[in-house]
Ligand binder design. Structure first.
Ligand SMILES: C[S@@+](CC[C@H](N)C(=O)[O-])C[C@H]1O[C@@H](n2cnc3c(N)ncnc32)[C@H](O)[C@@H]1O
Length: 339
């Protein structure tokens, strides 16, 4: 069979799952199988397709028909005009998340910090952290994720994009990998903070060892600045748990850890807001991606947590998608008690 015939058949098979994009998806999958790009594929419509290639394509089409996202099948996704490797351990970067990156870039440009520190919480494949490092070369970026498998993908993307010297990745819950570092910095009362917010104990360094009764942590190597980070960005899971079962099959193939935001979807953000005052410098910015329905509640949460200049940014569909606020210049203690 020729390329044209194989494409025609694959597009027909993909139509129920991909709709109007069936032909495009067939082209992308066949290009992946042949190790060529789409343009070259389309220039070779009359060329024969080998049996091995036909079989490989059939396997991919069948996985796609079972709802697996196209990005997992081809192993990559475009985001902010950069290519990110992805696999089933990470959320596929979404176009609406570009709104978050663009808002953060605008803040960085407006504030004019000389060498700002930006923290990306729940980095996944590193799309936000690495885009910020790429488009704002003055920034030093720190990214965290609870998933070691996701961090492996992010680190690989950092190396591919030549950004590994400016972006550091740490495994842990929200901002706690930075607390480990801060415990090494005199003057920052992480332990007191953790007691005040009802945590049983600092979760401590991840993967660290104990020596003479003291935790020794590779994360202490994070050069921590007493002033704190200038910007914190996060696209944490925000789908209410009860809605997970009704998500489209494509989304259900993605890691639950990347989707499940608990009862009303805001559990991770409430926890993050308790930790933020310890890491964000006064006058620094917090930017969060959200679902449009959460705008009002998140706005109230940010105001109570000591943020002002709270703004909502709309996505390309005109829906509230990002909330941002500037940390008020009041004491950390007041911010913590205000949450
Ligand atoms: C919605 S995905 C976002 C991924 C990526 N930042 C993006 O925008 O496409 C949320 C990410 O947060 C991570 N995550 C979930 N809970 C977390 C936690 N408590 N601490 C750190 N990361 C967490 C997940 O592993 C996942 O990679």
């Amino acid at each position: 069979m020729t390329v044209a015939q194989v494409l025609h058949r694959a597009a027909a098979q993909l139509a129920p799952v991909a709709g109007a994009a069936a032909r495009l998806e067939a082209e992308v999958l066949l290009a992946t199988v042949r190790g060529a790009d789409r343009v070259r594929l389309l220039a070779a419509l009359r060329e024969p397709v080998s049996t091995a290639e036909e079989e490989a394509l059939a396997r991919l089409v069948s996985r796609r028909c079972c709802g697996e996202p196209l990005a997992y099948l081809v192993g990559q996704q475009e985001f902010m005009s950069l290519t990110f490797k992805v696999n089933r351990n990470v959320l596929v970067p979404r176009p609406e998340t570009e709104v978050l990156v663009e808002a953060a870039l605008k803040v960085l440009a407006q504030e004019g910090w000389r060498r700002p520190t930006v923290v990306d919480v729940g980095t996944g494949c590193g799309n936000i952290a690495l885009s910020l490092a790429h488009y704002f070369p003055r920034a030093r970026v720190i990214a965290t994720d609870l998933s070691g498998a996701a961090l492996a993908v992010a680190r690989r993307n950092a190396r591919r994009l030549g950004l590994d010297a400016r972006v550091s990745f740490y495994r842990g819950d929200l901002l706690t990998p930075l607390f480990a570092c801060r415990r090494a910095c005199p003057g920052l009362k992480a332990r007191a903070y953790l007691r005040a917010t009802g945590w049983p104990a600092c979760p401590g360094p991840y993967g660290g060892t104990r020596s003479k009764g003291r935790e020794v942590c590779p994360q202490w190597a994070v050069p921590c600045r007493p002033t704190g980070a200038e910007v914190i960005v996060a696209n944490l899971p925000y789908i209410p748990s009860a809605e997970l079962a009704s998500l489209p099959p494509e989304v259900r193939h993605e890691p639950r850890l990347a989707l499940d935001g608990g009862g009303d979807g805001l559990v991770p953000y409430r926890r993050l807001l308790r930790q933020v005052p310890l890491v964000l410098r006064r006058g620094g910015y917090l930017l969060l991606e959200m679902s449009p329905a959460q705008a009002e509640e998140l706005c109230a949460l940010l105001c109570r947590a000591g943020f002002f200049k709270v703004e909502i940014v709309l996505d390309y569909g005109g829906q509230p998608r990002v909330i941002l606020g500037k940390l008020f210049l009041i004491s950390r203690k007041k911010q913590i008690l205000g949450v």
